[in-house]
Design a protein around this ligand. Structure first.
Ligand code: FES
Length: 178
């Protein structure tokens, strides 16, 4: 039996979320089992956890600490150092607006402004219904299409504020003025 099993009851009863935490710990166990005996694998482990859950659930840090021999504080320090890691669940749809040079000179900041106004959030934020998250990006590598916006994995070229709003509505955004 894996050592993780020993901690299920403690963690779960403390939070009163037995099924939810049990499920998370089982999924974590599968990830960690692939790293037995490997030292110096904290970042790949964190990447896999984020790949599995979409973010780094802090409830799992104690198990990662126990497994890796690295303190929770240190794990938290590593995770916060790298911008690739997030600590909250992602929104249903992630909207990314490019502010790289090519997009910026073609109005990327106006696109970001328009999306921020429409969703009533700032870049880095998530709408209250967790349907949309907004991020800015330095370059998507498709500068000929500038200004560029990406929703989930879909790239939208030659953006305008009006087009951005229409695209958001295709993903379920409700126009409050309609
Ligand atoms: S600068 Fe926007 S895609 Fe390159």
């Amino acid at each position: 039996m894996c050592f993780l099993m020993l901690n299920y009851a403690v963690l779960c009863s403390a939070r009163g979320e037995v099924n939810f935490l049990e499920e998370m710990l089982k999924r974590l166990e599968k990830i960690l089992n692939a790293y037995h005996g490997d030292k110096g694998t904290l970042i790949p482990i964190l990447q896999e956890i984020q790949g599995e859950f979409g973010y780094l659930p802090e409830e799992l840090f104690s198990e990662v600490a126990r497994f890796s021999g690295i303190s929770q504080n240190e794990i938290y320090g590593v995770a916060t150092f790298y911008t690739q890691f997030r600590f909250t669940p992602p929104a249903e749809h992630t909207v990314k607006v490019c502010l790289g040079t090519a997009c910026h000179v073609r109005g990327g900041a106006d696109i970001l402004d328009a999306v921020e106004r429409e969703l009533s959030i700032q870049q880095g934020g998530i709408t209250s219904d967790r349907k949309f998250g907004l991020e800015r990006v330095a370059c998507f590598g498709c500068c000929a299409l500038a200004p560029v916006m990406v929703v989930d994995d879909n790239v939208y070229a030659k953006m305008t504020g009006t087009k951005a709003k229409q695209i958001l509505m295709e993903y379920g955004w409700k126009d409050k003025k309609a």
